[in-house]
Ligand binder design. Structure first.
Ligand SMILES: Cc1cc2nc3c(=O)[nH]c(=O)nc-3n(C[C@H](O)[C@H](O)[C@H](O)COP(=O)(O)OP(=O)(O)OC[C@H]3O[C@@H](n4cnc5c(N)ncnc54)[C@H](O)[C@@H]3O)c2cc1C
Length: 417
């Protein structure tokens, strides 16, 4: 079934009786050429690109809950390519290009909105750092505009510019940055993969990984054993637990990140605004809710919920930046489990077990990476060689210390990334 304006019109006039489910609900087969563990954004996009770019269609995505129940349906939807370090720059630049053609590619409205992202700065030193970052982005072929205080005021007149602790000196505008609708991205990739023959197996938790003589043979699941020549682990916050089934100990800590949304308001915030010094960022959804968040909850956990002190911290930061937000009513908050690496950069690599691959370590920035990660992980799984845009995301950098990509310059402290 293809979506089009004409189709929407026809269905609207005929009682919406012609729509069919987005994907099938198949029984697991005994064997696949490849299985992907994890039906989040990265797992689904990997399956989609394996089928689309590499002709591998005898594959299954194994999801322990339902499609979209993990971080892909819990994030604050920021899409950007404003990275500084080689290794990250080319990857996120490629991912943003994929975003720009995604709706046509998937024939699905993921509500990708390039409304512009503004990172605020509050000192001369921070201005220098953002100027360098902007130059790196431009060198990479992306877009960046350094705004002075009046430049920011033009776009964001409602901010408190003269806050004594964080007076606003200016901002770095990334015009192609923006947002997309998170669960539509999961549904779009799921539908695209299913249409190419991929089996999406929900309520199918992987509870063991079968390995013989250094080679992966398949997985044990709550719906029975499944043999597979290749297995990809793509489980975000559960990466440490699932990798342990294959005897691996990952350099990953799992931490909670919370998000908040207010009642629907008339359009008032046009951009995505990031207030890094206060650990606060905000945008407005198409429904009108202000969507915002802050920092990690600062303790390792697998619980998908946050705590009240961090909630208070985020609200304080919001009030510091834009006192007007105090009038809005917060309707909902939720948490997701982040797979934090020591250098804040991800892992897309083979493992020491033949046929077993891993894609993880997205920290709190993996939504924007969904197209690029699926594209390059599918390339690695299909060809056995890393894609050029993800060649630096090696697991052994944590063993050797060579090639660490520490975007924040905060060392191995997970909480500070
Ligand atoms: C509050 C919040 C705000 C965020 N904001 C942003 C943002 O603005 N921009 C951005 O780029 N990123 C953001 N992120 C990060 C982003 O959401 C994640 O990095 C990304 O979604 C992780 O990849 P995923 O979609 O594949 O994860 P998930 O959707 O979590 O997918 C992993 C899946 O694996 C499944 N699974 C786990 N164990 C098993 C098992 N044993 N067997 C089978 N299945 C299993 C889980 O059920 C889950 O569905 C945010 C995250 C949160 C929580």
């Amino acid at each position: 079934m293809r979506f089009s304006g004409l189709r929407v019109l026809r269905e609207g006039l005929t009682g919406n009786k012609g729509w069919t489910p987005h994907w099938r609900d198949p029984e697991p087969k005994a064997e696949y050429d490849a299985v992907i563990i994890g039906g989040g954004g990265h797992g689904l996009s990997t399956a989609y690109y394996l089928a689309k770019n590499h002709g591998m269609t005898n594959i299954a995505v194994l999801e322990k809950g339902y499609i979209g129940s993990g971080n892909i349906g819990r994030n604050t939807t920021i899409v950007r390519a404003n990275y500084f370090l080689p290794g990250n720059s080319e990857f996120y630049s490629h991912s943003l290009k994929l975003w720009e053609g995604l709706e046509q590619d998937l024939n699905y409205n993921v509500m990708h909105s390039q409304r512009g992202l503004i990172n605020l700065f509050h000192s001369d030193g921070q201005r220098d750092a953002f100027a360098r970052r902007g130059n790196a982005m431009i060198n990479q072929g992306d877009d960046a505009v350094l705004l002075d205080r009046e430049g920011v005021r033009k776009y964001l007149p409602y901010l408190d510019f003269d806050n004594t602790r964080f007076p606003i000196f200016g901002g770095l505008l990334h015009p192609r940055g923006g947002s997309a609708r998170h669960d539509a991205v999961a549904w779009g990739y799921a539908r695209g993969a299913d249409q190419r023959g991929v089996d999406l197996l929900q309520n199918c938790e992987v509870i063991g990984i079968d390995i013989e003589n250094g080679k992966v043979r398949g997985v044990q699941t709550t719906r029975g054993a499944i043999r597979a020549k290749k297995v990809g682990i793509v489980v975000a916050g559960r990466s440490g637990q699932v990798a342990a089934m294959a005897g691996m100990r990952l350099p990953i800590e799992s931490h909670v990140l919370q998000a908040f949304v207010t009642e629907g308001l008339k359009p008032c915030i046009d951009h995505v605004v990031s207030f890094g010094m206060g650990h606060f960022y905000i945008s407005q959804s198409d429904k009108g809710g202000l969507v915002f968040g802050g920092d990690l909850d600062f303790y390792a956990t697998y619980a998908q919920r946050g705590n009240l002190p961090m909630m208070e911290h985020v609200m304080e930061a919001g009030m510091t930046l834009m006192p007007m937000i105090g009038k809005a009513k917060v309707l909902r908050s939720w948490g997701g489990i982040m797979d934090m690496t020591p250098d804040g950069s991800p892992i897309i690599d083979k493992t020491d077990t033949e046929g077993l691959f891993i894609d993880c370590g997205w920290c709190y920035g993996g939504f924007k990476a969904v197209p690029g990660s699926g594209f390059s992980f599918a390339h690695l799984m299909a060809t056995g060689t890393p894609h050029q845009t993800a060649a630096k995301f090696r697991l052994d950098r944590f063993r050797t210390g060579r090639g660490l990509m520490d975007e924040e310059g905060t060392g191995s402290q997970h909480n500070l990334h």
